[in-house]
Design a protein around this ligand. Structure first.
Ligand code: FAD
Length: 309
């Protein structure tokens, strides 16, 4: 079979010929002083990469409501990076959720990642809306847009949401969220790029034109990520498990393999034409810094560009 060795990969183009990229970084609200120190250290190291926004998650059932607001507000005021607050409608009435939205508005937060959320027992249990609550994420997006002109992101599932009866129902649900006023979708973690590319194709066929930003999960700890994936209905392919097999007690090789795996994933996506990425940082900077560098994102270049323009 003849190979096209001259084929120019987008990820290997010189910076002047590479398409521009948009990055966003997801954090979780810290619980302890030590975790809070790590949050700020990570943010300070990632902020020079000039992300479009940094988002802060909303703990199950709204358990982090105050902390999410405090962190998002402080990200914006202290680092100057635009911030997005996640919001779910689990276990809360519309009035309660609306009060949180108005709180974000009053704090000058213009971006929300709008989610249904999962029952306190976990994603395995069926979701029961609060009797006076928003029924699902599409309903929440409509509520947010009634209150203000927020930039709203919603969730998408390249491997189908575990509770979706079919692919059509899943894509229809995403379309409803976008039609209700969301600007973009951010995907659940996935490790087989083919799943993402097939999902984007399905969405485009269903008339969805909004960006579907891949959610990239660097594997800081394979054991931890495999358990997150199982809880969220994302699969760990056999080839990925094999790469990490036996590395539990070898952190150095684990870190090198994790960097190689994530690098392969993002560079392949760039070659497929992807220009927007959302990184689940788990409040750790190293792998994200390395990936941004491979994507050609350098603080010094951004400074130089800003100085010229
Ligand atoms: P929805 O889009 O409302 O629905 C999910 C599924 O339910 C649909 O695929 C569909 O099958 C079914 N469904 C809903 N409505 C209908 C309908 N009318 N008819 C038929 N089927 C329907 N969780 C948190 O608790 N806090 C966070 O901060 C958080 N951040 C996240 C960030 C990202 C990028 C992602 C991908 C997920 C995040 N989650 C978070 C997890 C999310 O809350 C769960 O995945 C949850 O199970 C679904 O939320 P959703 O917004 O996709 O729900």
């Amino acid at each position: 079979m003849a190979m096209d060795f001259d084929h120019q990969r987008t990820s290997r183009l010189t910076p002047d010929r590479r398409p521009g990229l948009q990055l966003s970084f997801e954090f979780f609200p810290p619980k302890t002083d030590a975790m809070e120190a790590r949050f700020w250290d990570t943010l300070n190291r990632l902020a020079p990469l000039k992300p479009r926004f940094v988002s802060v998650t909303y703990g199950a059932g709204g358990s982090t409501r105050e902390r999410t607001l405090r962190m998002v507000r402080q990200v914006k005021s202290d680092s100057g990076v635009d911030a997005a607050a996640h919001l779910t409608c689990v276990g809360a009435s519309r009035d309660e959720v609306d009060a949180v939205i108005r709180g974000y508005q009053a704090a000058g937060i213009g971006r929300i990642v709008a989610l249904r959320g999962d029952p306190p027992e976990g994603a395995g249990k069926p979701f029961e809306p609060h009797p006076q609550g928003y029924r699902n994420a599409a309903d929440l997006v409509a509520g947010i847009r009634r209150i203000g002109d927020f930039d709203v992101s919603v969730a998408a599932y390249p491997e189908k949401h575990p509770q979706s009866p079919s692919w059509d129902a899943d894509v229809d649900n995403l379309k409803r969220k976008l039609d209700a006023g969301a600007t973009r979708a951010i995907t659940q973690m996935f490790f087989d790029n083919a799943d993402y590319l097939r999902f984007v194709e399905r969405a485009r066929r269903a008339g969805i034109s909004a960006p579907i930003v891949p959610g990239i999960q660097p594997i800081h700890s394979f054991t931890q990520i495999a358990s997150f994936a199982a809880r969220n209905g994302a699969k760990i392919p056999d080839w990925l498990a094999e790469r990490f097999e036996g590395l539990e007690d070898d952190p150095e090789t684990h870190a090198l393999v994790a960097a190689a795996v994530a690098a392969e994933q993002v560079l392949e996506l760039v070659d497929e034409g992807v220009t927007e990425f959302h990184f689940f940082t788990l409040n750790r900077p190293n792998l994200v810094l390395a990936l941004a560098r491979l994507l050609g994102r350098r603080p010094e270049r951004l400074e130089a560009d800003a100085a010229v323009s």
